[in-house]
Write a protein that binds this ligand. Structure first.
Ligand code: UDP
Length: 314
């Protein structure tokens, strides 16, 4: 049985990855320190013989006994309000944490896939974003702690590949949504769903003309799975190219939740908020034969089912 270590296992994406690797017949070791993760996301795996949970902060030396075939590094605060609250931890997990995992991968002769992000493109001057675009990042702005940690993470991962011949994979994840997103994580989708369900104002930042492209989590997981098993070591964008303005997005959620008390309110635009974002997924199509299958109306419906179970309607 192949053994895989997944960091950030109790998080939104990490927990879906645990489910997928269990389903594929792997022995899964999930690791988390629960600063943003939620143990409930993986509790259903605890009775399984081929699942183990380690409570650990990966910025400290990481020890895993026995053989490891793969490491998937998904530990990090990932929403803007989380990394504003935890700037130092965000920098440490992307740098020291990644270094520890690369060292572990080297000692176990394991292949490692690291979770990078569309944030490496910053507020992009090229649209849509291709992997060969180097980005427009403010290193000392509020988002710098996340963006630069992830850029460093890519740099050290490539260095381990080049210098040590380590098998590495880098996925650049664009906005992703689905069940198990944290209600209070401040990201646009949990914010809008919880506000709409509670009959409150949906907090549109700025005029809502900024764009994002939202990918359903099952599509993302499929892309990551294919990338891990591919022989391609350069960064690959995984995301859904269907782009929408934030104000349109608010209207879609209002229509779906259909709560007469819900409405739109406008709040100031955060500093360095990227104006537009859309992945160019040519590489993923060509190299992995991957493209997203779940369109936004279907994905939002499935996600709404989840939010109904965790937010009470007013
Ligand atoms: N946003 C918003 N209202 C909210 C939360 C976010 O209008 O309550 C906007 C935010 O300014 C950004 C977009 O929605 O332009 C996506 O924000 P999110 O925090 O989900 O992630 P980002 O893509 O910025 O990392």
């Amino acid at each position: 049985m192949k053994r895989v270590l997944i960091t950030g296992a109790a998080g939104f994406i990490g927990s879906h990855l645990c489910d997928r690797f269990i389903k594929e017949g792997y022995h899964v070791i999930g690791m988390d320190n629960l600063i943003t993760g939620n143990i409930k996301n993986i509790e259903h795996l605890f009775p399984l013989k081929n699942f183990e949970y380690y409570h650990h902060d990966i910025t400290k030396f990481v020890h895993v006994p026995g053989q490891l075939d793969y490491i998937l590094h998904f530990a990090s605060p990932a929403s803007p309000i989380d990394y504003l609250k935890m700037p130092i931890q965000t920098l440490k997990v992307g740098s020291l944490g990644t270094h520890n995992l690369l060292g572990l991968a080297k000692s176990k002769n394991a292949r490692i896939l690291i979770a990078s992000t569309s944030e490496v493109y910053g507020d992009p001057l090229v649209h849509p974003q291709r992997e060969d675009y180097w980005g427009n990042v403010n290193p000392i702005g509020p988002r710098g702690v996340y963006d630069e940690a992830k850029r460093f993470q890519e740099a050290i991962t490539m260095a381990y590949h080049t210098f040590h011949g380590l098998e590495t994979r880098i996925v650049r994840i664009f906005n992703t949504y689905g069940p198990r997103m944290r209600v209070e994580d401040g990201r646009v989708l949990p914010a809008f769903f919880s506000q709409a369900i509670r009959g409150e104002g949906l907090t549109v930042f700025g005029e809502g003309n900024q764009t994002r492209s939202f990918c359903y989590v099952d599509d993302l997981v499929e892309g990551i799975y294919r990338l891990l098993l591919s022989d391609y070591h350069m960064p690959v964008n995984i995301g859904n190219p269907s782009e929408i303005t934030i104000i349109q997005f608010a209207h879609e959620i209002l229509a779906l939740v259909d709560n007469p008390k819900a409405h739109i309110i406008y709040n100031p635009l955060p500093i360095d908020d990227p104006k537009q974002r859309q992945p160019d997924i040519t590489k993923a199509k060509e190299i992995l034969g991957w493209m997203p299958k779940v369109d936004r109306s279907e994905g939002l419906l499935r996600t709404y089912e989840y939010f109904k179970t965790v937010v009470t309607r007013n």
